[in-house]
Ligand binder design. Sequence first.
Ligand SMILES: [Zn+2]
Length: 104
Amino acid sequence: MVMPVVVLAFAGTVKPSFRSSKRKAKNVALYKDGSKLTKSDHNAFDVDQKPGTVVNNSGIYRCINCDDEIAANKGNPLPSQNHAQHAPGKPIIWRLLVCAVQKK
Ligand SMILES: [Zn+2]
């Protein structure tokens, strides 16, 4: 199966402009060039993963309970201790949001 190609190259921290507006906007991942992203229905995007789980895919992960997003590398554990924005009373559950596809 062909996975989407994602290039993450930030020259600085990206702050969504809608955060400063009075309109309430949902916290969602941002991108500039949509032609570099490909929709995928791969089941890797449906797996709930606990903090500390060693991930099989590099990419952006999103907590399904508080919408916080982090980047994680294949073979490394998902974070837990720095996850301060998490909603109280609900567990941290990470799901793959954007999968980075690396050349072999
Ligand atoms: Zn959370």
